[in-house]
Design a protein around this ligand. Structure first.
Ligand code: SME
Length: 167
């Protein structure tokens, strides 16, 4: 499979450029998810698509709730922390709050869990099934302030597509 989107094709400097990138991402994701309901396969391809399309990332992947802990799922990037307690770090806080969190500077987020010392900013989006939170999708960047509300809404739109495949 060949993806036509490259980092060089998009700037991250304007909301319009980001929205165009997310429109292309939705179209590519629709093709990847079509007719497939396996959560591991779909979250693996989801992570790869986002990691290889959005410029300026060093990690993109899922954590799924197992009891009161998040456990590492399919991802792209360096090996990461395996278990995160509910309420801990940006990921565990997202579970408690049930909404996306944009962190402009991870050093300024109390309790941030540093899986990769190079990470400087982060976006975490909750994943729901039957109105219950089942996990999160986490993006890390080595660039300070890499993520904004356009990114949060764009990733949320992709996560909503993924959720529609969960049976
Ligand atoms: N930084 C996250 C931990 C997960 S890694 O970034 C992959 C957190 O604070 O929850």
């Amino acid at each position: 499979m060949t993806f036509t989107i490259s980092d060089a094709a998009y700037g991250t400097d304007t909301p319009a450029a980001k929205q165009a990138m997310f429109a292309d991402l939705r179209s590519q994701l629709q093709g990847l998810l079509a007719g497939e309901s396996d959560l591991i396969a779909n979250t693996a391809n989801f992570s790869s698509l986002v990691f290889n399309t959005m410029p300026g990332l060093n990690w993109a992947g899922f954590y799924f709730l197992r009891g009161d802990e998040l456990v590492l799922g399919p991802f792209q990037g360096k090996p990461a922390c395996i278990r995160i307690k509910k309420g801990r770090g940006v990921c565990g806080t997202t579970v408690v709050e049930g909404k996306s969190i944009v962190v402009q500077d991870v050093h300024a987020f109390p309790g941030h869990i540093a899986c990769d010392v190079n990470s400087r900013s982060e976006l975490v989006v909750p994943v729901f099934s039957n109105a219950q939170i089942i996990g999160v999708f986490d993006l890390d960047s080595p660039l300070p302030g890499r993520f904004d509300e356009v990114d949060a809404q764009g990733i949320e739109s992709l996560v909503r597509m993924l959720e529609s495949t969960i049976v």
